[in-house]
Structure formats: structure tokens, C-alpha cells
Write a protein of this length. Structure first.
Length: 455
């Protein structure tokens, strides 16, 4: 839909500024058949411009697995409707090489065309993960040989050309430092792979953002020696290559060990940014939570109301960290097993569109209440409680919750005077009147929103 594309073009151009600012100064890289590309030093960080603050729903993305099963037109339409209801501006979807090229040199994008068309019509963008192996090449291992890399480059060229006018972000693989890069993680092979695709995409789709490396972690930053190579060492080698200077965002997957609250990721993100500075990666290239979530199996939270609170807080925390977007994992449960971690990350129950989990409804309430708002500032953070402000057309809204997941009674927060719609998510809305002396409120693990009253 041309209208949707035109409205998204300023965003694309803005988040590509950090590339355009030094594009003319970049040295010519080698051809796609040459050995790994080296990247020259870029202009000073001060010359680069950060992306603008995102507004809801463009701040929120979710991992989907639409094509893991037969997808009828009716089911796809229902997915789109519910994605809009939940308030997601992006989906993150595997663009699988093996799905598209099932015969040598024959490419069939029809399964993806349906999804792209449906999302384009709904105004939802797609983060396409370019991956993985293909049984036609390299014994179904990740592409490393010249023929496999050449075939993957052709696949990528065709995809980028096909979807060049769509709301697309290209992500270079998924968790190459973990089990997805086969037969085993190989930073040098990944860097070569990603350099070829970066060079290609800048030529074929220069207006569309590129992100990577989508690393599993960083629960290992500052952690044990056993865990460090899985994240820190691999990440350091990617940074040392200079390749991230060519990207519009650096994606990591900061799942919390022991189901710690999402705000505990702040320390890990600080360590990631510090490591980036060691390799002169500009601060204006955002660090993005490209995939994370909480599951409700008997081995995980086993508490759907807590998953709901954490889902909202995960995405609001991403706004607070000035990410252009962050991505929740996962849209729908992937299986029925209550004792399986992977099956229970979803917002929707397995094969049950009309039986969403509480997290779906909490996100829907939050996104509806804060639609069009951008993050403004942290107004209060102490005694285990945080208060955020958001802004839209010079009008403010607020959210507060307990960082320690405790219930705090009689809390006095620096709330502005006036009448506010007060909504503790998954509850009924009430009216809160704030005078010269703010009234005491109750803070819980579930965020409470204060929005201007309806006219």
C-alpha cells in the first residue's frame, strides 16, 4: 500500500542517517566473491545523528512463526487483527532460505508474499531474519563455502528487490553464537557472511535498515568463563571487524536467568555499550532487545499474571532505553506441553486464537491507552518504584510500577495536578484527582497508567 510506505519513509531515512553520514567516505569494498571485507575508520561519533524517539505502536515488535504450519487466509487475517489489537507495530519472522529455494536456482517467495501483503495493508512492519541453512548446499550447514555463499547472496538479492518498497528491516541471521550457526558457532564465518549481505543490501535496498548480529545473551557479560565465549568473545570479534558501523542497530537477546525482572537487563546493556566503545562503535547506533520474553511453563514463571506484568514492562523498558523498537518472544505458544520452556512463551495459547493469555490483554490495554505516545523521561526511581512520563502533542501520560514486584501501599509520587484516568492493567479504569498534595497510591508489579481523561 503506497500510503503506508510513504508514511514510513521518514522513519527509514532517519534511522539510516548514521549510515548516510559517512557513506560517501567509505572505501570501496571487495566484490561479493572475494575474501572477508575489511572496513575503514568512520567519521567521528559527533557527526552521526541518533534515530528519533519511537511512538507506540512502532516501538513494539513480536516474534511470529506463521509459516511453521499451514496458514489459511482466514487464519492470517485473524493473526493480523489480533496483532493490531495487542498493539504491535512490527513482527519478526524467519525468511528461510530453504523455504524459498527448494531446487537449485529456483526461488519461490509465494508463502512470504501473502504475509508481506497482509502486514503492509495493516501498516505492520516486518523484521526479516535472513537465515539459515539449505539442504542443497554445504550438507545443510550454515553457508560457508563459496557456492553456498553465492547462492545465499542471490536469495537475499531477490528478496530485497522483491520487497524494496515495503516496511522491512533486514536482520543478519539469528543467534549465530549459539546453536543456529552450524555445525558450530564460528565468528569469522559469520562476519564474512554478514559483510557480504551488508554490502549487497546497501546496494539493493539502501533505504531499508540493517541490524545484527542477533546474539544469544548477554547473560554471560561479566559471567562465568564457561559462558563468556558464547557472547562476549563472539561479540568482541564482530565489533573488532568494524562491521556494526555499517548497521542501523545492534541486536541482542537478553533473556533473564532465573526469570529476573526485565529491568535487571540495564546492567547488561551498560556492559554491552561499554564493550562497543572499546571498539569505537558510535553510541548513536542503538542497542536493541531483538528478542526476549518470559514463559509460563511449570519450569518457568508458572504465573500468567506475572508474565502479563513482565510483558508490558519489557516493552516499556525498551522505550526507556531509547530503543527504536524491542521484540517480545513469542506471539503464540508453540506446543501444548506444560513442562517445556519453548512451548509456553506465547501471548496466545497453542492453536487457540480466541483464548489469549492475560499478557495479551495487558499489552492491548497499555497500547490502546498510550497509542501515539513517545517516552519522555524517568520522573521517579527509588524505594523499588519507578514512574515514567510519556508525551504526545505536548500532552503527558504516566506509568508506574514496583521494580521489586512487591505491593507498596500509601506511596506518594510526584504526580502532576489534574484529573486522570487511572488504570492498573487487567483491572477497571477509575478517575484519580491529584491536588497540590498528591494522594497516596498503591504500586504493584503490574504497571498503572495515568492518561488524560476522555473528552
Amino acid at each position: 500500500m503506497k500510503k503506508q510506505h510513504k508514511s514510513f519513509l521518514p522513519y527509514l531515512l532517519a534511522i539510516c542517517l548514521c549510515f548516510l553520514a559517512w557513506q560517501e567516505a567509505a572505501a570501496e569494498t571487495n566484490s561479493l566473491s572475494t575474501p572477508p571485507v575489511s572496513f575503514p575508520t568512520r567519521p567521528a561519533i559527533a557527526a552521526l545523528t541518533p534515530p528519533p524517539a519511537c511512538k507506540i505502536p512502532d516501538c513494539f515488535g513480536v516474534d511470529v512463526h506463521f509459516l511453521d504450519e499451514d496458514l489459511s487466509d482466514q487464519a492470517l487475517a485473524e493473526h493480523v487483527r489480533m496483532l493490531k489489537q495487542a498493539g504491535f507495530g512490527w513482527i519478526r519472522l524467519d525468511l528461510r532460505w530453504a523455504t524459498v529455494e527448494k531446487e537449485n536456482g529456483v526461488f519461490d517467495f509465494s508463502a512470504y508474499d501473502r504475509v508481506v501483503a497482509a502486514m503492509d495493508q495493516a501498516g505492520i512492519g516486518i523484521i526479516f531474519i535472513l537465515g539459515y541453512s539449505n539442504p542443497l548446499y554445504d550438507n545443510n550447514q550454515s553457508p560457508a563455502s563459496p557456492p553456498a555463499l553465492a547462492a545465499f547472496v542471490t536469495f537475499t538479492r531477490m528478496a530485497a528487490t522483491r520487497y524494496t518498497d515495503k516496511k522491512i528491516i533486514w536482520e543478519l541471521y539469528n543467534e549465530p553464537n549459539y546453536g543456529f550457526w552450524t555445525p558450530q558457532p564460528d565468528s569469522a564465518a559469520y562476519i564474512h557472511f554478514a559483510a557480504l549481505l551488508t554490502q549487497l543490501l546497501r546496494q539493493v535496498a539502501p533505504q531499508q535498515p540493517i541490524i545484527g548480529p542477533a546474539l544469544s545473551g548477554p547473560v554471560s557479560v561479566g559471567g562465568s568463563e564457561v559462558e563468556k565465549p558464547l557472547f562476549k568473545d563472539f561479540f568482541a570479534e564482530v565489533l573488532a571487524s568494524g562491521l556494526p558501523k555499517q548497521w542501523n542497530g545492534i541486536t541482542i537477546h537478553p533473556y533473564r536467568t532465573d526469570n529476573k525482572p526485565p529491568e535487571t537487563a540495564a546492567a547488561d546493556f551498560g556492559a554491552v555499550r561499554a564493550l562497543m566503545r572499546e571498539y569505537a562503535i558510535p553510541d548513536t547506533i542503538p542497542v536493541i532487545a531483538g528478542e526476549w520474553g518470559y514463559e509460563t511453563s511449570s519450569l518457568g514463571l508458572s504465573d500468567e499474571s506475572l508474565q502479563a506484568a513482565y510483558a508490558v514492562r519489557t516493552l516499556l523498558w525498551g522505550m526507556m532505553e531509547h530503543m527504536p523498537y524491542s521484540v517480545w518472544y513469542n506471539w503464540q505458544e508453540r506446543g501444548p506441553r506444560q513442562d517445556d520452556h519453548e512451548d509456553k512463551y506465547g501471548l496466545l495459547r497453542y492453536h487457540a486464537f480466541y483464548n489469549p493469555k492475560p499478557a495479551f490483554y495487558a499489552l492491548s490495554q497499555m497500547s490502546t491507552s498510550l497509542q501515539g505516545y513517545a517516552f519522555d523521561q524517568v520522573l521517579y526511581q527509588q524505594d523499588g518504584i519507578i514512574l515514567l512520563s510519556f508525551i504526545k502533542n505536548k500532552q503527558h501520560a504516566y506509568a508506574f510500577w514496583s521494580l521489586d514486584d512487591a505491593r507498596h501501599e500509601g506511596v506518594v509520587l510526584p504526580l502532576p495536578q489534574g484529573r486522570w484516568q487511572c488504570l492498573r492493567l487487567l483491572n477497571e479504569s477509575t478517575v484519580l484527582t491529584v491536588g497540590p498534595l498528591p494522594p497516596p497510591v498503591t504500586s504493584t508489579r503490574m504497571p498503572t497508567l495515568l492518561t488524560p481523561p476522555s473528552p
